[in-house]
Write a protein that binds this ligand. Structure first.
Ligand code: NAD
Length: 313
């Protein structure tokens, strides 16, 4: 029976640290704010926004919510982003995806100032991840606390995408070594599969990426020491597609008719063979939000440090 990779526990630990960092900043009269931009009525985005606002309240981040109608123009969105870019009270901006169909999401995301791109999806952040200029953030040197001191972050001007960053933190938290192991990632989106593959590569795993056109998916997943799936296809990964002792990370979220959620993995058959497995809910999801809060406070620390480099503690 597999050991559960408990994302809720880890997220509470990360949030405690974020809360204490925010308290320290408030002693210097620095408030931390996160801009949230939701366009349209996508139910999963609304759910994610609600959960993010609740988490912000818990740690002391002020959530600046912006809800725009489905027929919003790209011009209105860009104007809002420009005003958030200039707003000193807001350290990060999260844009909920998908955007309404007629809006070019890449055009919009690239308008977010890179230093406020706390979900790391702008081209600059993606490029820095690919060029290994921001991957030091997934390496534990002593512990993450020393790594993320305000001084150190002053050298950083881009953040890692929260979901794959959360996956790496979850694996690290449970002492799962990635070096030299075969990691198979199912899904190649810019938000999850692709950056996760780059992070696993930076961790020196041997990485295989599968997607909807991959033929005979099971022949790849059965080779995985670490299998990460992010497709949104309920029950895609079954017990007979897993190697004995594999680590299985389920990033997929599927909302069922009764409102409950489930992942890509057929949990019942897979947990019998896996060594570790994430539940859905309670696995990657909570860590994703914790990473968003962490990136936001790092952004606030960074801009505070750049303004007052001699003040610490
Ligand atoms: P996406 O639709 O952009 O990408 C889906 C990917 O799955 C594509 O690369 C596609 O090629 C692949 N795919 C589809 N069908 C497949 C199949 N039959 N076999 C193999 N690959 C297949 O979605 P996304 O934004 O990457 O999100 C993926 C899932 O992860 C969704 O369920 C989403 O809700 C979830 N998600 C969860 C979190 C979290 O915090 N847990 C965060 C973001 C996304």
């Amino acid at each position: 029976m597999a050991q559960i990779l408990d994302g809720r526990k880890l997220s509470e630990k990360i949030k405690e640290r974020v809360k204490s960092d925010i308290e320290k900043l408030s002693r210097h009269s620095v408030d931390v704010g996160l801009g949230l931009l939701l366009a349209g009525e996508n139910p999963s985005s609304k759910q994610y926004m609600y959960a993010t606002v609740k988490s912000c309240e818990k740690v002391g981040i002020k959530a600046h919510q912006n809800k725009l109608p489905d027929d919003v123009s790209i011009n209105e969105i860009l104007n809002l982003i420009h005003s958030i870019n200039k707003d000193e009270r807001i350290s990060g901006l999260l844009m909920f995806l998908p955007l309404p169909k007629k809006i070019n999401a890449r055009r919009v995301i690239n308008e977010i100032a890179p230093e406020k791109d706390v979900d790391g999806l702008g081209s600059l952040s993606v490029g820095r991840l690919a060029a290994d200029e921001s991957t030091f953030q997934i390496f534990r040197q002593g512990d993450y606390d020393s790594l993320y001191s305000g001084e150190f972050m002053s050298a950083v001007s881009s953040f890692l995408p929260c979901t794959p960053f959360g996956v790496i933190r979850l694996l690290e938290h449970y002492g799962i070594d990635m070096k030299g192991r075969h990691a198979v990632v199912v899904g190649k989106s810019l938000a999850v599969g692709k950056p996760l593959s780059l992070m696993l590569l930076a961790k020196e795993a041997t990485v295989t990426i599968c997607h909807r056109e991959t033929r005979d998916l099971g022949s790849y997943t059965r080779q995985a020491d670490i299998l990460c799936t992010a497709t949104g296809i309920k029950g895609l990964i079954k017990g007979d597609m897993i190697k004995d002792g594999a680590v299985v990370v389920d990033i997929g979220i599927n909302v069922l008719n009764d409102g409950s959620i489930t992942g890509d993995v057929d949990f019942g058959s897979v947990e019998k063979k896996a060594s570790f497995i994430t539940p859905v809910p309670g696995g990657v999801g909570p860590v994703t939000i914790a990473m968003l809060l962490e990136n936001t406070v790092r952004s606030a620390q960074r801009s505070h440090f750049l303004k007052h480099p001699l003040i610490t503690g």
